[in-house]
Design a protein around this ligand. Structure first.
Ligand code: ASP
Length: 344
């Protein structure tokens, strides 16, 4: 386990964990970090050096932006050498997106970056925030043979540690808010925290951390539904400057075989829009070519997203499109695992 020289940087971005009821509106609104820390005096028992950075403007995570992701990545970059691990307190609504984005922005990560938050504010009696926060710190500090146990961007929630770019928020009401349908949990917290070592990524050769500072915002998500009209597809593919599109298709990557639909996708691809096919299903993978209803997508030049989540897919597109890659390079990177976000 970690020793007393362990230093953890806590970055408080906002979210329910630190919210209180606004006396004027009666709604939950983010509050200052001192309030969060006061609710968890137990943290002193760890004996770690805990430093906190609070966002100047703490936000409900529905207000998270790609600029904030870059800011988070830069905070980690600036503090990387000084700390053993990082805990990011964040709202649950977009946590899966933020963890995905950070995983791409931080290449060759060798230290834990653990996202956590809560479904109930930390000041409330039945809060889940305390346990999530305490365990996230323990995981961020955990080491074996002087090496961090989980050198990845992760989400810790309700006793489970997940690879961040594999998660989705699947429940708005219960404490087990997250799931990783296509990848096993990296750890489970019971009496002890038991790590699933074979699921954690350990770099074979260690390289220096490389932090990226750009994301492309001209991207969109098109979710298919029976009865979708040409006008809807047109409206999306003709967005000025659009560079990337996540197509949320049915089942194993299927879509209507209507001529107009395939023609419009072809038009988009020919204009240089990168179209990435992901499934609307919670679990499983796109396998274009299995059904006739996906042949048109292949013909149109749509790329398979394999078993990537929509959350990771949109972030991966933002990340790769900012790199100004060639069409071929783009396809290579989209179809291979860069940060463990897809199988293969
Ligand atoms: N709306 C909140 C947020 O995402 C929900 C939460 O934190 O659980 O910031």
């Amino acid at each position: 386990m970690a020793n007393s020289g362990t230093s953890i940087l806590i970055i408080y971005t906002g979210g329910t964990i630190g919210m209180i009821n606004d006396p004027e509106t009666g709604s939950l609104a983010p509050f200052d970090f001192d309030h969060v820390m006061k609710q968890v005096p137990e943290l002193n028992k760890f004996g770690f050096n805990l430093t906190t950075i609070t966002f100047e403007e703490v936000v409900d995570s529905s207000n998270i932006t790609p600029e904030i992701w870059i800011h988070l990545a830069e905070l980690i970059e600036r503090n990387y050498e000084k700390y053993n691990g990082f805990v990011i307190l964040h709202g649950t609504d977009t946590m899966a997106y933020s963890a995905s984005a950070l995983s791409f922005l931080l290449e060759n990560l060798g230290k834990p970056v653990v996202f956590t938050g809560a479904q109930l504010p930390i000041g409330t009696l039945r809060t889940d925030g305390k346990e999530n926060f305490i365990s996230a710190i323990e995981i961020a500090a955990a080491s074996k043979n002087n090496q961090p146990i989980v050198p990845e961007v992760t989400i810790f929630f309700e006793n489970k540690l997940y690879r961040g770019n594999r998660t989705r928020k699947h429940n708005a009401d219960y404490f087990d808010a997250f799931r990783s349908y296509n990848y096993p949990e990296l750890a489970k917290a019971g009496i002890n925290i038991s790590y699933n070592f074979s699921a954690i990524h350990y770099p074979v050769i260690k390289h220096e951390l490389k932090v990226y500072h750009e994301l492309e915002r001209n991207v969109a998500i098109l979710k298919l539904f029976p009865g979708i009209t040409p006008e809807v597809v047109d409206a999306i593919i003709h967005i000025e400057g659009l560079k990337g599109l996540v197509l949320e298709s049915y089942g194993s990557g299927n879509a209507p075989s209507l001529v107009w639909f395939i023609e419009k996708l072809k038009e988009a691809v020919n204009k240089g829009i990168v179209v990435l096919n992901v499934t609307q299903c919670s679990a499983g993978s796109v396998e274009m070519g299995v059904y006739e209803t996906s042949l048109g997508l292949i013909e149109a030049g749509v790329i398979s997203g394999n078993d990537i989540t929509t959350e990771a897919a949109i972030c991966k597109l933002m990340f790769l499109l900012a790199q100004k890659l060639s069409k071929q390079e783009m396809e290579v990177f989209l179809t291979k695992s860069m940060r463990g976000e897809i199988n293969g």
